[in-house]
Design a protein around this ligand. Structure first.
Ligand code: CMX
Length: 136
């Protein structure tokens, strides 16, 4: 059902201030940024082989990432699992009793479809299902 880890989301107060570590010191290729207004977050992608690092900067304090930062500070926010069929993946996890945080897949960065599972049902780790649009 899951093909690979798609990306690891890291919450940061400022993408601009986080970029020197990931891009300049670690040497990851910067692959652009995006504003996901629905989630209240600006994201920047850096390639680490087949997996992306997604830096997440909140657009305000009353957003999921803004609240995460104020409670915990910067750190790993979520792990995204890539699937070729997000609808089937949603049915499978929901059938196992894992709560999904939306009634249907939502639009994520770079035109992907995404769905989050509740971290209370996934061992404290916020897990995201993600499907690239062209695979629909
Ligand atoms: N990882 C693990 N646990 C998390 C978490 C995270 N990223 N975010 C919140 N939690 C935990 C909190 O620690 C808290 O636990 P306790 O009750 O034990 O203290 C609990 O979840 C509730 O946290 P909260 O701050 O009160 O936040 P809410 O209940 O309002 O929301 C959640 C929590 C997960 C439902 C919400 O953050 C959410 O909907 N997240 C999914 C959307 C999202 O994160 N979008 C940004 C990324 C966008 C993208 O990648 O495109």
């Amino acid at each position: 059902m899951i093909e690979q880890i798609d990306h690891i989301g890291i919450a940061v107060p400022s993408i601009e201030e986080a970029l020197p570590l990931f891009r300049d010191i670690l040497g990851l290729a910067y692959e652009g940024d995006d504003l996901v207004e629905e989630q209240g977050v600006r994201v920047a992608f850096l390639r680490a082989g087949q997996v992306m690092i997604e830096l997440l900067e909140p657009t305000g304090p009353d957003t999921p990432v803004g609240k995460f930062l104020s409670r915990r500070g910067p750190g790993i926010h979520h792990v995204a699992m890539r699937t070729g069929d997000i609808h089937a993946a949603r049915e499978r996890v929901a059938g196992a009793g894992v709560r999904l945080l939306s009634d249907a897949p939502r639009d994520g960065a770079h035109g992907k479809l995404i769905s989050f599972m509740h971290p209370k049902d996934t061992l404290g780790v916020l897990l995201e299902l993600t499907q690239r649009r062209h695979e629909e």
